[in-house]
Ligand binder design. Structure first.
Ligand SMILES: [Zn+2]
Length: 150
């Protein structure tokens, strides 16, 4: 299983965070939730994004796309703010053509919120931070409501 190194935003401890896990990652030292930011490709998208226990924010981006590079730090900031409640999965559309085709990506960045593989929200194009945060929170609250009503 692949893992990435993530510095705990609370205590600064470096933690190894798995790409896929049954729960959500927590800091080994202070036990607070860690931001979960993972790249995925065609072969591991299902395991990383669709089998996650928390809603997944999917960033379909491209290396040549300037708005993608601008929105990327905002998404990482949101993943940090909402640690424990969302997983950020970054998909390079040129490296993952089947995933891009499956979600009919016509523009980058395309942002999706998925929960257990079902789409909750979709946004084509970058947004300023306050709107991104509102868009994500709306999607996360609809995920919570679905969970509550079964
Ligand atoms: Zn910590």
């Amino acid at each position: 299983m692949e893992s990435t190194k993530t510095k705990c935003p609370h205590c600064g401890t470096a933690n190894r965070v798995p790409a896929a896990a049954t729960g959500t990652p927590r800091c080994g030292k202070c036990h607070r939730p860690l931001p979960w930011i993972v790249p995925a490709g065609d072969d591991d998208f299902a395991e990383i994004a669709e089998q996650a226990s928390v809603p997944v924010l999917v960033d379909l981006w491209a290396t040549w796309c300037r708005p993608c590079l601008m929105v990327s730090p905002a998404l990482e900031q949101l993943a940090t703010e909402r640690a424990g409640h969302v997983k950020l999965v970054k998909v390079d559309v040129d490296a993952a053509p089947r995933t891009a085709q499956r979600f009919a990506v016509r523009a980058v960045p395309t942002l999706l919120v998925l929960h257990h593989g079902a789409g909750l929200a979709r946004q084509a194009g970058a947004l300023p931070m306050p709107e991104l945060r509102r868009w994500l929170d709306d999607a996360l609250s609809s995920a919570t409501q679905k969970e509550a009503t079964g």
